[in-house]
Design a protein around this ligand. Structure first.
Ligand code: PXG
Length: 457
């Protein structure tokens, strides 16, 4: 017996229109336009309900790092479902799957990390971050250190706390965010905001804004600085090289925790396990999700340094936080199989030494001299193509969101999935991508950008 009825694409679209409010869009507009219904995925390929094939350049939503449909993960989930389909970490119990995962996870994390609080998503990881950091400072005898400094156009999730840490104005406008105790500084977006400064000067200047904000609030009031090592949903922006060393210097000087949101940077994206290793800084916490399970099942977590973890355990007493599905055995089993697969197939080495440099080179060859493109940024298997109205002055397009969205739609028509954000086209394909798939992705992206440029005249 099959679980699903036989239905047409129109049937599915009617159900969607009748019952869903989907993510970050105008549902009334979608109901008129009709969503694409995805039905199957294998490797980097997806098929919709009309049988159209797409090459997925976005790993779903930055998450299917090992590609779709890997049997190793299916087997791990199936075995765990049969053996122990559910248990939890409440009331003095734990279970094998989550313990095996943590043993593996801390083997690949840098040595100064010691503890993890599992969640079901990146948003929840950042909710846990707010509670855990404040609790840490309470226990450490500095209860005044409560304020979080984050960044304009950072993205940290969609729940109340995580959307507050995030710096999207249109999200804050829905429901009176941010919550008290969260303030924002500028983003290290040199192309748009760097003016006459060199990238290095601008990177340092952005970091110094953190120092000024700490001094304005009082270092004794500031709990943490939270940021993505490279900004993802807010434009896939790589900061200038001068940025992170200076940020780290400032956080250490004022005893402000440095919290890296690795939800999209983690698990191989840049060719390192974590993006902070690519940028060479040492955060106090890591928020993780997405690539942890390659998105096969939901799982996230908040990783803590030894300093925070041991203080909470040895001096903190009861830690009043936990969720029914934290450390879910099926998710843990899939995460473990996912990490093992990355290791046994040498995926990170390939991204770092082969496919990453190849993608970056192909994109620069295709776009560096393109009249609509100001710069190509990225490393490993994450990249952004910046649109511009004028290559010399770095002027942005007036309606850059709409132009980039059109380009994304041309990409879909060509059979590739790339994402637009602000005036940037971004891609983050699975770590298993081949040279032939990179060629296809880059050539079809070029076609989509050319079509967009032709429409603009
Ligand atoms: N932190 C970061 C850095 C993220 O990118 C989250 C936290 C929240 O994770 P959850 O699992 O709660 O969604 C994210 C999520 C996009 C896009 O279009 C990016 C995300 C989610 C949806 C869309 O780039 N990132």
């Amino acid at each position: 017996m099959t679980l699903y009825a036989r239905r047409s694409t129109a049937d599915y679209q009617a159900i969607d229109a009748a019952h869903h409010i989907n993510a970050f869009l105008d549902q009334a507009a979608l109901n008129r336009e009709k969503p694409i219904v995805m039905v199957k995925g294998k490797g980097l390929e997806l098929w919709d309900s009309e049988g159209k094939r797409y090459l997925d350049g976005m790993s779903g939503l930055w998450c299917t790092n090992v590609g779709y449909g890997r049997q190793e993960l299916v087997d791990a989930a199936t075995r765990q479902l049969q053996e122990l389909s559910y248990y939890n970490l409440f009331f003095h119990t734990t279970h094998k799957a989550v313990l095996e995962l943590s043993d593996q996870l801390f083997e690949l994390l840098p040595d100064h990390f010691s503890h993890v609080i599992y969640t079901n998503s990146g948003s929840e990881a950042n909710e846990a971050l707010i509670r855990t950091v404040r609790r840490y400072w309470d226990v450490a005898g500095k209860p005044q250190k409560k304020t979080f400094i984050a960044r304009i156009n950072g993205y940290h999730g969609s729940s109340v706390g995580s959307a507050s840490l995030g710096g999207f104005k249109f999200m804050h406008e829905m429901g009176d965010l941010p919550i008290p105790g969260v303030v924002h500084i500028g983003e290290p977006y040199w192309y748009a905001n760097g003016g006459a400064l060199s990238p290095a000067e601008f990177g340092r200047e952005c970091a110094l804004e953190l120092e000024r904000k700490i001094l304005e609030l009082g270092a004794d009031k500031v709990a943490a600085f939270v940021a993505e090592p490279f900004q993802g949903a807010g434009g896939m922006i790589f900061p200038p090289e001068s940025y992170w060393p200076e940020i780290q210097r400032i956080c250490r000087q004022y005893d402000v925790l440095l919290c890296a949101d690795e939800v999209i940077g983690g698990f191989g994206r840049t060719g390192e396990w974590f993006a902070h290793q690519h940028f060479d800084f040492q955060p106090d916490t890591l928020s993780i999700a997405k690539g942890l399970t390659s998105g096969y099942v939901p799982m996230g977590g908040l990783v803590l340094s030894r300093r925070i973890g041991e203080t909470l355990v040895e001096q903190g007493g009861v830690f009043a936080h936990g969720m029914t599905y934290s450390g879910h055995p099926v998710a843990a089993a899939v995460a473990l199989a996912n990490i093992r697969l990355m290791q046994t197939e040498g995926m990170l080495e390939r991204v770092k030494n082969d496919t990453g440099p190849y993608l970056q080179r192909c994109l620069r060859e295709a776009f560096d001299r393109h009249p609509l493109v100001g710069e190509v940024q990225g490393a490993g298997l994450v990249a952004a193509i910046q649109f511009t109205a004028d290559k010399t002055s770095r002027r942005l397009l007036d309606d850059e969101d709409a132009v980039a969205w059109r380009c994304r739609t041309h990409g879909f028509d060509e059979g590739i999935i790339i994402r637009s954000t602000r005036g940037r086209m971004i891609m983050a394909p699975a770590l298993t991508i081949t040279h032939a798939e990179i060629d296809e992705l880059v050539q079809k992206t070029l076609k989509a950008v050319n079509k967009t440029a032709a429409e603009l005249g």
